[in-house]
Design a protein around this ligand. Structure first.
Ligand SMILES: Nc1ncnc2c1ncn2[C@@H]1O[C@H](COP(=O)(O)OP(=O)(O)OP(=O)(O)O)[C@@H](O)[C@H]1O
Length: 587
């Protein structure tokens, strides 16, 4: 899967993998050269093996080399230098390829997340998505940069070294590797088990960060409720738990490394003792003894590492699967579909809608709005008001019935085009950590200042912005912390009215401004664009009663519809609500 994202670096990665094999080969031939030099050049033994014989002949032959021993020394230096060079190439290219893959993966994930259906984002946990785009990608990166190539190297080394050992002396070879399966198994089991402890440490660190983050974001609540001492104690407790878990982990590691070192030493001890015994009896040469001791030293560390890598590999596969889950999510088709002339006539016909749980949230909705009309939608919480707005923006596909925009079925309209014509000021006035000016002009490119000011005036925020020291250049925090709730709402309104939408929906987005300001905003809006169809979702009847028509929703169905006077005369739900609110206002 990740080779797809390695585009442009695949060749480098292949060369890096080849380099590590060459480097392993170079490091395992050095002991062979030393053995041959001791046994056959300094000593009188016959050079064993046809390839080795040809190689030494190429260097001038046994007698010549005996006179010029420095050539062998130079050869070893040269091979060591070459080994270093190939290790460098491997490190550089494997890391470059892994970094490039990680970057491409992050880019793909981000752009995929932008295009995924809105529903996915509503249901997904943001923290989890962030983790998939960051630490899961890092896991794959280190798998590619280190683990994958390391496996190749270890397998090559083990196979090569074992064949050489068995070639020279099978019984000695068996003794020399007798503890290796146990060392490997111990390392594999240990790293698998220690994962649980790592996870506990991660969770404890996460909890500690969560306390910190919550405390910093909720600092106002902390101060208002005198919770400083309590918060300090809470943090200290989490911090203590984290430290204790880390210490426990370190202790476990100390036990493992010491016992595993003891096993490795025992293995080396066996090689040396048995080797010396064989050499004293003349069963092996001094060179063979040296080659076995060198090889066992070369094998032990990679074998322990292999245990770690194999037990860690599960983590990489989980990361790959988690990333794949996102990449497999279908994306919205934003670019195809009809682009009819939109004037703002809307017609709902027997519309039914349910979210993924299948429960009907909207039932048999039928009403129409003419271009330029202002409609209020009221109803108890959860009655389906926002859902209606989301359907109009094409954020969800409806199940049954139809919505027509100027006679064209909404489903068939190009989504980009639709959202350029229908604007939504939602309940959640999220502002980006940019300047006020950039926040207001976010939906429009190359917009003149005049238009920004005009939109701010309509939203009744222009004077407030000018009163800030840096005016429109005021930088606002991630959540617009320097602005009050009402100011944020007004910036969000300005951001929407800057564009000439044919249909404008206010989803409870005037609730944080007082009634008078709200009236101002609506009047200015009407003055600017008489033809804009406006849908106001509200809980405030003083807002609703001025609209051309009021739709009352309850449990997903329209229970009343008409002008204020008509609904008052009718004496139903709206009338009761109006009486209650008027009574409260009088009190
Ligand atoms: N993504 C979703 N998945 C499943 N159910 C949802 C989803 N969003 C909303 N609902 C449910 O749909 C119903 C209508 O929700 P909606 O937000 O449209 O109500 P509302 O009238 O706008 O409420 P409020 O006045 O509180 O904003 C509620 O019962 C809600 O629990």
């Amino acid at each position: 899967m990740f080779f797809k994202f390695m585009k442009g670096y695949r060749l480098k990665y292949i060369f890096a993998s080849i380099s590590i094999i060459i480097s392993s080969f170079l490091s395992v031939i050095i002991p062979i050269i030393i053995k041959t030099s001791i046994d056959s050049i300094i000593g009188d033994k016959k050079i064993e093996g046809r390839i080795i014989l040809s190689f030494f002949n190429l260097l001038g032959g046994r007698d010549y080399l005996r006179e010029h021993l420095y050539i062998v020394a130079l050869l070893i230096v040269l091979i060591t230098a070459l080994n270093g060079l190939f290790m460098y190439i491997k490190g550089k290219w494997a890391n470059e390829a892994a970094e490039a893959t990680a970057k491409n993966l992050r880019d793909s994930l981000y752009s995929h997340l932008q295009r995924i259906y809105y529903n996915f984002h509503v249901e997904a946990k943001t923290g989890d998505l962030i983790q998939r785009c960051t630490s899961d990608v890092e896991t794959i990166k280190s798998f590619l940069a280190v683990q994958f190539v390391e496996i190749g190297r270890t397998v090559f080394m083990v196979l090569f070294i074992l064949s050489i050992m068995f070639y020279y002396n099978a019984a000695y070879a068996l003794i020399s590797i007798s503890l290796i399966p146990f060392i490997f198994a111990a390392s594999y089991i240990f790293f698998k088990k220690v994962k649980k402890q790592f996870q506990l440490c991660d969770e404890a660190e996460g909890e500690m960060s969560a306390v910190l983050q919550e405390n910093l974001t909720g600092v106002r609540v902390v101060k208002a409720f005198n919770r400083e001492e309590f918060e300090i104690e809470k943090f200290e407790e989490k911090n203590r738990t984290y430290r204790d878990l880390l210490l426990k982990l370190m202790r476990t590691f100390a036990y493992f490394w010491s016992s595993s070192d003891a096993m490795c030493m025992l293995q080396t001890f066996l090689v040396v003792v048995y080797g010396v015994y064989l050499a004293s009896k003349g069963a092996i040469t001094l060179g063979t003894l040296i080659i076995f001791i060198s090889y066992i030293g070369m094998l032990l560390w990679p074998i322990r590492q292999l245990g770690r890598i194999l037990s860690d590999m599960g983590k990489s596969f989980v990361a790959i699967a988690r990333i794949n889950e996102i990449l497999k999510e279908p994306i919205e088709d934003l670019s195809t579909g009809l682009t009819p002339n939109i004037e703002g006539n809307i017609e709902f016909k027997n519309l039914y809608f349910s979210y993924r749980d299948g429960k009907d949230v909207l039932k048999d909705i039928t009403f129409s709005i003419k271009k330029g009309e202002t409609i209020a939608i009221i109803g108890p919480t959860g009655s389906g008001k926002s859902t209606l707005a989301y359907l109009l923006l094409g954020l969800y596909d409806y199940n049954r019935g139809s919505i027509e925009l100027d006679g064209v079925e909404l489903k068939n309209i190009n989504k980009n085009y639709l959202r350029q014509n229908i604007g939504l000021v939602s309940q959640d006035c999220f502002l980006f950590s940019k300047t006020l000016k950039e926040n207001i002009a976010i939906s429009t490119k190359n917009v003149e200042d005049e238009r920004i000011f005009e939109a701010s005036k309509i939203a009744d925020i222009h004077d407030t912005i000018l009163s800030f020291e840096k005016g429109y250049e005021t930088q606002i925090g991630e959540k617009g912390v320097t602005l009050s709730g009402g100011q944020k709402q007004r910036v969000a309104i300005a951001r929407c009215v800057i564009k000439d939408y044919r249909v404008l929906i206010f989803d409870d987005s005037l609730s944080a401004v007082d009634t008078e300001t709200e009236q101002h905003i609506r009047n200015r809006l009407k003055e600017r664009s008489k033809d804009t169809t406006t849908i106001i979702i509200t809980h405030r009847l003083t807002t609703a009663h001025e609209c051309d028509r009021i739709i009352v929703l309850d449990k997903g169905t329209i229970i009343e519809m008409g002008s204020h006077d008509e609904l008052i005369k009718k004496g139903g739900f709206y009338r009761r609500l109006w009486d209650i609110q008027s009574q409260l206002d009088e009190e």
